[in-house]
Design a protein around this ligand. Structure first.
Ligand SMILES: Cc1cc2nc3c(=O)[nH]c(=O)nc-3n(C[C@H](O)[C@H](O)[C@H](O)COP(=O)(O)O)c2cc1C
Length: 352
């Protein structure tokens, strides 16, 4: 499945459903990437409301889920009416735990199970999880088999081209074996795990993999604008694109992706819209976490005010505030300043 097929199906029907992962149909090819610490249900809800075709939970430990760990089970919280399909990402290295965790996720409404084979974080790799499994393809395939057998939902994987150049298996070697095991789609973040997030994502690897692949290949890496999302979709043969860091504090990016996909110009969000979305994000986090949300908001709200004058001072002040209401007060003040700047840059008709 390539972008051309999406385009063809768009021509044929007013409604564009085209990409299928197993029996699961995706509404569009713009997905929110899993982001540990950020892609909780409040952020996924905002991305979904803006039109994201798929949202994925942050990675959840299969072992913790198999033991019904409360904080890990909380990662599986969703909006059942909105977040459809619901994709839960697992990491693990014990086949029984992965199978048990996948069943727990399906019991909680998961339509897709994604297996993390790409996380390069020292703690994760050091304990033999995530991208470390690329160094041990036999074990990796046993784990994938356990997942596929455990649930009657599609199992997908998200991975890197290799652990490091010349180390372990490459994604090109693994792809046919993953397909044989029944994997329904693969997301490639085209940087070796050893590079972490340094350097540029090499999208030519996505193109090479997609060319050979009988299953949908989803590309993930360095997309920061709707135009770039469409360009990656068109030029690299990906069935869909995932956006991670570029969507932090910008969930409306998915609305903009859909606009450019329809051939329109992406509408810039106004400071008022930015403020309203940030406030909503803050309140949803408050609903999820109670007063502890204020701590998380010190990071989350910074993403929303990026580029606004006074953002650095805002950062310093928000870290001293312990209540959500006080943080929102500061945010509103900064947004008013930004509105003023915009008015001065673009005089309204009454000033012309
Ligand atoms: C803070 C952070 C957390 C991430 N957490 C996850 C995760 O839980 N699971 C996963 O598969 N990838 C995770 N990733 C990788 C992203 O999903 C994505 O593949 C990568 O950031 C490249 O895309 P981007 O340039 O659009 O961010 C994370 C990346 C970052 C920066």
């Amino acid at each position: 499945m390539t972008a051309e097929l999406w385009v063809e199906s768009k021509k044929e029907a007013a409604l564009p459903p085209a990409l299928k992962i197993g029996p699961v149909t995706l509404a569009n090819p713009f997905f929110l990437a899993p982001l540990a610490g950020l892609s909780d249900w409040p952020f996924r809800r905002l991305a979904k409301e803006a039109g994201a075709g798929l949202t994925v939970t942050e990675m959840a430990s299969a072992t913790a889920l198999a033991h019904r760990g409360r904080s890990t089970l909380a990662l599986l919280a969703t909006d059942p009416g909105l977040e459809k399909p619901f994709c839960v990402q697992l990491f693990g290295k014990n086949p029984d735990h992965l199978a048990e965790a996948a069943r727990a996720a399906v019991d909680r409404g998961a339509d897709l199970i994604d297996f993390n084979l790409g996380c390069p974080a020292r703690k994760v790799v050091g304990s033999g999880h995530g991208a470390a499994l690329l160094k041990d393809p036999q074990t990796l395939l046993v784990l994938v088999r356990a997942l596929v057998r455990a649930v009657n939902k599609p199992v997908t994987v998200k991975t890197r081209p290799a652990f490091a150049p010349g180390v372990g298996a490459t994604v090109f070697e693994l792809l046919p074996r993953l397909v044989d095991e029944g994997v329904a789609a693969l997301t490639l973040h085209p940087r070796p795990a050893s590079a972490g997030f340094a350097g540029e994502a090499d999208w030519s690897l996505v193109a090479r993999l997609a060319e050979k692949s009988p299953i949908p290949i989803i590309g993930s890496g360095d997309i920061t604008s709707p135009e770039q999302a469409l360009e990656r979709l068109r030029n690299y043969g990906a069935a869909a694109v995932m956006i991670g860091r570029g969507a932090r504090g910008r969930p409306w990016l998915f609305r903009q992706c859909l606009e450019v996909w329809r051939g329109e110009t992406a509408r810039e969000e106004t400071p008022a819209e930015r403020l309203a979305t940030a406030e909503r994000h803050a309140r949803l986090l408050g609903e999820m976490m109670g007063p502890r949300a204020a701590f998380k908001l010190r990071t989350v709200l910074m993403w929303y005010v990026k580029g606004w004058p006074g953002a650095a001072e805002f950062r310093a002040r928000i870290c001293r505030e312990e209540s959500l209401e006080a943080q929102l007060g500061l945010l509103a003040g900064l947004a008013r300043r930004q509105e003023e700047v915009c008015r001065q840059v673009k005089p309204g008709p009454e000033r012309q």
